[in-house]
Design a protein around this ligand. Structure first.
Ligand code: GLN
Length: 485
């Protein structure tokens, strides 16, 4: 059961060889035994999960099951789920029980999926290592002294350690793709606007996008088909026909043009990462793809632009946490102003405060034009670079992250080093493009390497097929961390 994919578990549930109660119970007991080691989950509610499992079994018996009916899915703790504590990795929301469901949660629920629990993450999704959580760092199942990447590190580690067959994540600057790469799983950040942000706690609204995390491209397609779709409650949700993201799986790749941006290698990826990515591209060549060298001349500006825009939006989004409405409130204060001050000083961690300060600074009178407006201009240039590149190729490939997992604590004292992890992932967010990471090998220490596939707007189905064909020809995605059978 541990290594089974969502699609094979779905077939077993449909054939009534397995019940959702058994399956959910199995993963809950694995979580209880192993969570202390990895710190992936911050909230479990066994009763609620099992009630959903029983309802799913009844639905299967009544013959009205859908592919995800009865499948346990771990939810990143950034998604509001009715009746569940929803902390966003912060002390600020440590006592917040959501009165409503995020759109993503509601969609999965309507399909009959089981909420297996809420996963640990960087505080307010700010980080690349899952170390900024108020609930302590998540550990990478491949080596518990290393980080699982972030911010969706709890979801990634849960899937890698076989504590869940699939999970949700969110990606503002790489938080689905980079932890997927560092834990040897698959993660998709969809085109901006394809998955509703309703009920997903806001970090940087023009960049935030939810997506699936699982062990195969086929499973991502299954989850994505349920998670995506128009929602009037999110003003940036795109009004489009519903898609079946598995519709292209099985198409031959012959003639697919892979663009290889020269900046992707020049920007300092480690030798092991470059080697694994090159081998993956060579494998895709054997499957009939051709390659073309392309250039994203403004890519080197993606990290500085992102670290102006994301904090600017965050400083505005996080103004709502004032201790008056919900969430944490300082126990002692002199007056109202002091209550705000103490609540925000105690409720937020260091990285969140750093972002609020940067964001407030770049939006302030006198600096707004020099930083915020300038960053918006360069954001346009980055999007334009991609538009030109997609005239010459169908997908872009390169590393997801410049290095494999680094050691816990290694980069916490140096925010700039931490931010530089996001060099390959932030460009797709700035342009609103879909990006996918799949495992493509290991470094000399046995830590996983991720291959990133970036497509044009709405190319998710095609990208998933590229990944699927690669996974039919290779077995990197089936490898398990040491000690996890
Ligand atoms: N690492 C990036 C940051 O710290 C991206 C995080 C994310 O995608 N949520 O902002």
């Amino acid at each position: 059961m541990d290594n089974a994919t969502i699609s094979s578990l779905s077939a077993e549930l449909a054939a009534r060889k397995l019940s959702s109660v058994e399956l959910t119970g199995h993963f809950l007991s694995r979580i209880k035994a192993l969570n202390a080691k990895y710190n992936c989950f911050v909230t479990l509610d066994e009763e609620r999960s099992l009630a959903q499992a029983r309802a799913a079994d009844a639905r299967r018996s009544a013959g009205s099951g859908q592919p995800l009916t009865g499948i346990p899915i771990a939810q990143k703790d950034i998604f509001c789920a009715a009746g569940w504590r929803t902390t966003c990795g912060s002390r600020m929301l440590s006592n917040f029980v959501s009165p409503y469901d995020a759109h993503v949660v509601a969609q999965l629920d309507a399909a009959g999926a089981v909420n297996l629990g809420k996963t640990n993450m960087d505080e307010f999704a700010m980080g690349s290592s899952s170390e900024t959580s108020y609930y302590g760092p998540v550990r990478n199942p491949w080596d518990v002294h290393t980080v699982p990447g972030g911010s969706s590190g709890g979801s990634a580690a849960a899937v890698a350690a076989r504590l869940a067959p699939g999970a949700t994540g969110t990606d503002t600057g790489g938080s689905i793709r980079q932890p997927a790469a560092m834990t040897g799983i698959c993660g998709l950040k969809p085109t901006y606007g394809v998955v509703s942000r309703y009920g997903m706690i806001a970090f940087a609204s023009s960049l935030d996008q939810a997506g699936p995390m699982a062990r195969t491209a086929e499973d991502l397609a299954l989850l994505m088909t349920t998670m995506a779709g128009y929602d009037a409650r999110d003003s940036t949700s795109l009004e489009r026909e519903r898609e079946n993201y598995a519709r292209e799986l099985g198409k031959p790749l012959a003639g697919l043009r892979i663009g290889l941006p020269k900046e992707f290698i020049a920007e300092g990826a480690s030798a092991d990462v470059v080697k694994a990515v090159e081998a993956a591209v060579a494998e895709l060549g054997r499957l009939g793809c051709t390659t073309v060298e392309v250039s994203l001349p403004n890519m080197r500006l993606a990290v500085p632009v992102y670290y102006v825009l994301a904090p600017a939006e965050a400083s505005s989004n996080l103004a709502r946490y004032d201790g008056a409405r919900y969430g944490y409130r300082a126990p002692e204060y002199a007056d109202l102003a002091d209550m705000y001050k103490k609540t925000r000083s105690q409720g937020f961690g260091a990285e969140v405060k750093r972002r609020i300060l940067i964001g407030t600074y770049v939006l302030s009178h006198g600096y707004y034009d020099a930083y915020y407006i300038q960053a918006q201009r360069v954001r346009r240039l980055i999007a334009r670079d991609f538009a030109e590149v997609f005239e010459r190729c169908d997908v872009i490939m390169g590393p997801t992250s410049p290095t494999t997992a680094f050691r816990i604590g290694e980069k916490m004292g140096d925010p700039v080093q931490m931010y530089l992890n996001d060099i390959y992932t932030t460009p797709a967010n700035l342009a609103g493009l879909p990006g996918l990471s799949i495992p493509c090998g290991f470094d000399a220490k046995g830590l996983p390497v991720g291959l990133q596939i970036i497509g044009n707007y709405f190319a998710e189905a095609r990208m998933l097929n590229v990944a699927h064909q690669y996974q039919r020809a290779t077995d990197w995605h089936t490898r398990t961390p040491p000690g996890v059978e």
